[in-house]
Design a protein around this ligand. Structure first.
Ligand code: ZN
Length: 69
């Protein structure tokens, strides 16, 4: 006989390193995050900084290996 365990969903408060608190339902407690919708451009939908970052990496790669790869 197998007794199925259903994880209990709790309303937990997640604290971000930026100080913002987010509440949502989860089976885990004491969740800490480094980035959230308040402090990370990706979550805000503002991807411009990420695109710039990607271009910077491509440029670094080209500077190192040249354009002839
Ligand atoms: Zn945050």
């Amino acid at each position: 006989m197998k007794k199925e365990m259903h994880p209990e969903m709790k309303l937990v408060t997640v604290k971000c390193t930026c100080g913002a608190e987010h509440k949502f339902y989860s089976t885990k407690e004491n969740i800490k995050i480094d980035l959230c919708s308040s402090c990370h451009p990706f979550f805000r939908g503002d991807a411009s900084s990420m695109i710039l970052d990607t271009e910077g990496r491509v440029q670094k790669f080209r500077n190192k290996y040249g354009d002839n790869y």
